[in-house]
Design a protein. Structure first.
Length: 129
């Protein structure tokens, strides 16, 4: 098994015992991203739209560091502290993804790290182009 740890300074540093992503053969497992600004490691404001955008930017940076793009994501998991924010997720995703969209799950959770309102993780397969 060919296993490679992916790291980029363009996404937040891991704040625990995990990697930003791990690549096994052509599959990349992207760890959960919260709305931290990589340069400051501080969470963006309270606005859910702003938080979702930062999470998507972070995922994009990790995907690119692994040699892919958001369009290579085949599975996306979204964790929300308020499921009423789901329409904003769809709106923001439309700006970052195009058809065919990845398979997706949305999970309501009680809390997320750093008082974030959203977190996303993903599975990406390289070489689909």
């Amino acid at each position: 098994m060919d296993k490679t740890v992916i790291h980029t300074s363009l996404a937040p540093e891991a704040i625990g015992t995990y990697s930003q992503a791990v690549k096994v053969d052509q599959t990349v497992y992207l760890s959960g991203q919260i709305p931290l600004v990589p340069e400051t490691m501080k969470r963006v404001g309270e606005d859910i739209g702003e938080q979702i955008e930062q999470v998507l930017k972070n995922l994009k940076s990790v995907a690119q560091a692994a040699g892919g793009e958001l369009s290579d994501i085949v599975k996306l998991n979204i964790y929300l502290t308020d499921m009423n924010d789901f329409p904003v997720v769809n709106e923001k995703m439309a700006a970052y993804f195009s058809q065919p969209y990845p398979a997706r799950a949305a999970i309501g959770v009680a809390a997320l790290p750093k008082d974030s309102r959203v977190e996303m993780d993903a599975v990406m397969v390289l070489g689909n182009h």
